[in-house]
Ligand binder design. Sequence first.
Ligand code: KG4
Ligand code: ZN
Length: 368
Amino acid sequence: MILGIESSCDETGVALVHAASNAPRLGGLVSAPYPVPTLLGAALHSQIDMHRAYGGVVPELASRDHIRRLIPLTNEVLAGANIALSAIDYVAYTCGPGLAGALLVGAGAACALGSALGKPVISVHHLEGHLLSPFLSADPPEFPFIALLVSGGHTQLMRVDGVGEYALLGETIDDAAGEAFDKTAKLLGLPYPGGPQLAKLAEGGDSAAFKFPRPLMHSGDLDFSFAGLKTAVLTQIKRLVGDVPEGATVRGAGIDSLNEETRRNLGASIQAAITEVLVKKSLKAVQQSGLSRLVVAGGVGANRSLREQLNAACAKVGIRVHYPELHLCTDNGAMIALAAAMRLQAGKAQSSRGYAFDVKPRWPLDQI
Ligand code: KG4
Ligand code: ZN
């Protein structure tokens, strides 16, 4: 019975996962069926409303709010699953990457709880949680596969041969895909976090109305670059509405003067520029590897247009594509408990009864 705690950014997530202790080891298995841990309960508090007034995450406010939420959320999960605190066998927490102060709250709470219960704690890599989250879906993947990790802070293609066996194939050289969504959405006057808002605006828009750059699309490697997109979008908006001061959010400076159709077309064209590169490079990674499975994880994995394009492109060439359940795409406690559970099953968990904790705000996934 593993309690998972996520507090790396602006979501406080707590969840309880049960993993069969007599399960065959996952590590060496490639295609055989294996018992996927079961999610018994989960609770989440999103800080989005609190940060919205500032247009982005305010780290100090995030840390303080995690402190307020963690214990009530833990009680909620245990009560909902009808499990006593004493029945927990391990406490898992996100150790990094993320905001240092926010991570420290989760790490501190997890180690205090582990210490009080006399149960070991397990530190988890946030991206490993995202990467493994499709195992909790109705259509779980099998190893090996290529993973496209697309979140607010990361855009990476990894080859995954088993739990803890991750090789980086390519990544963004500047902004992450989620960051590109968020920054361009801000230019369109949409509130934080812009990704889902921009996706909504794009519905019914013409994705060919504006030509935005697809950097590194034909670079031959598996890297990405999204920083140029916001400049291209700003230039386009200036052209449409007249001059806008550099760095200004365009809201109030003319964006509202654009008609609904133009705004939708801008949204759809931006979304297409981001998703087209993601689809193209993901397929290339799978085909280069000789594998036949793709896993998509992280907040941007919730994007419907991305899913539709990936499904269509993968179906054409016989690649199976797996996603987390929509509510497990963005940050949550379930993926942290799951990653700890799968590591335990694989004999690869570093559990500790030391309770001295440290966090790793920067922590490459292939260096676990
Ligand atoms: O994985 P996540 O919750 O947090 C990080 O670890 O970064 O990802 C958050 C990111 C944000 O940039 C958000 O705008 C983006 O995922 N996002 C989306 C959608 N839902 C969330 N981007 C595009 N379309 C969506 N539907
Ligand atoms: Zn995340």
